[in-house]
Ligand binder design. Structure first.
Ligand SMILES: Cc1ncc(COP(=O)(O)O)c(C=O)c1O
Length: 394
């Protein structure tokens, strides 16, 4: 039988990046004691009050069809939140609700680009971005993120890759996997460049509430003069430890939302009203758990830094936000992929190879900060011993 080309263009993007994680899960299922530092699932519970709201709402019959834009109360709550946070009026016609940041990004890119277009995106990047872009038929144009610039995307690196086909500058701040946070000045320079070349600026802000102390979050929505070309996406997955609810949204120009609406209606015919009710409550006040989560992640990143930075030639990149730390393992010899596989086999610690996030992170691995401190410490001990042995053998 024949299949559409999209099935081929996405075929190599699914499982391959997550092989070490899948292997670790199989080992755990077979009874082996693996320390899993691969994926970033928050290690705290969704706030009980939100669960109660969702359950109450479901019991009250909020289980019918919704609409393609989102439940009116949630759309209003998001408009109010972004008006307050971004210091300018964000109308209800500038908000769209979709199931999670992931679906939202998919719908946004389908609205903005097609075959023949180019999307500029930082490399390394979150593992699904390549697929999101390829699914539109557009070309991924990786912009290297440099450790010496704190992995913050540099306007000169973007400018060097702009062509007449460029349509979107796809940002992610706070960034996964590097934990880099773009400053207002970074964003001003990037938006200025986008305006000069008539590009959209798309920013994935799902880690907004997980910035470490002293780090100020900034959004391209803050820069009012570029409002007609900025779209952001986010969700309650990280801020409220609620990824299973699949509740996200985007904010952008009213015309953009009008264009996106038929696509959302075609794909989804609306989301679940009881989840919308719970999300409206979540976004109407500061998250009751984000600050505590952020404190834990920062403490664990500091533990990893204290134990591994400078050990056996390893270098730890301290994140500014989010739930991951990066380890430069190049001094030990192998690629990130080979290091991760051997570390799992020999030391029973599962980490993500840097190569899963793009070519710029070859020779690095990503450590998730979502395990208890004592497990993180034990993982550090095993990683240090493993890296020392690797280095000796090299
Ligand atoms: C950068 C980034 N964007 C999006 C997502 C997915 O978010 P959501 O659960 O809202 O779809 C993740 C999840 O890990 C992520 O790290």
């Amino acid at each position: 039988m024949r299949y559409a080309p999209v099935t081929d263009s996405l075929a190599d993007l699914g499982g391959a990046k997550w092989e070490v994680h899948a292997l670790a899960r199989r080992m755990q299922a077979a009874g082996e004691a693996v320390i899993e530092l691969t994926i970033g699932e928050p290690d705290v519970a969704t706030p009980p009050a939100l669960l109660e709201t969702a359950a109450r709402s479901m019991a009250a019959g909020r289980t019918g069809y919704s609409n393609g834009r989102g439940e009116p109360a949630l759309v209003a709550a998001l408009a109010a939140r972004y008006t307050a946070r971004r210091g300018r009026e964000i109308g209800r016609d500038q908000v769209m609700c979709l199931p999670g940041t992931q679906t939202t990004l998919y719908a946004i890119l389908q609205t903005l680009v097609t075959s023949g277009d180019e999307v500029l995106v930082g490399d390394p990047m979150y593992a699904t971005y390549e697929g999101l872009i390829r699914a539109t038929g557009a070309t991924v144009v990786p912009v290297p993120l440099r450790p010496e610039a704190g992995f913050r995307i540099q306007p000169t690196d973007v400018a060097a890759r702009i062509t007449p086909r460029s349509r979107v500058l796809f940002l992610n701040s706070p960034h996964n996997p590097t934990g880099a946070v773009l400053s207002r000045e970074d964003l001003a320079a990037l938006c200025q460049l986008a305006a000069e070349h008539d590009l959209w600026v798309l920013c994935d802000e799902v880690y907004e509430d997980l910035c470490f102390p002293g780090v100020t979050f900034a959004s391209p929505l803050d820069l009012h003069e570029y409002a007609e070309r900025v779209v952001i996406a986010s969700s309650i997955s990280k801020s409220h430890a609620a990824p299973g609810f699949r509740s996200g949204w985007c904010v952008g120009p009213a015309e953009f939302c009008t264009r996106l609406l038929p696509l959302s209606e075609t794909m989804l015919f609306g989301s679940q009203p009881f989840i919308a009710d719970m999300t409206a409550e979540a976004v109407s006040s500061p998250s009751p758990i984000a600050a505590e989560m952020m404190t834990r992640f920062q403490r664990r990143a500091a533990l990893i830094h204290a134990h591994l930075h400078g050990t056996a030639g390893l270098t730890v990149h301290m994140p500014q936000a989010g739930m991951f730390a990066l380890l430069d393992i190049r001094a030990t010899g192998p690629t990130g992929e080979a290091f991760a596989r051997a570390l799992l086999a020999q030391a029973r610690v599962a980490v993500m190879p840097g190569e899963s996030f793009g070519t710029a992170l070859a020779g690095w691995v990503r450590l998730s900060l979502t395990q208890p401190d004592d497990r993180i410490l034990e993982a550090c001990t095993r990683i240090a011993a493993f890296a020392a042995a690797q280095r000796q053998a090299a």
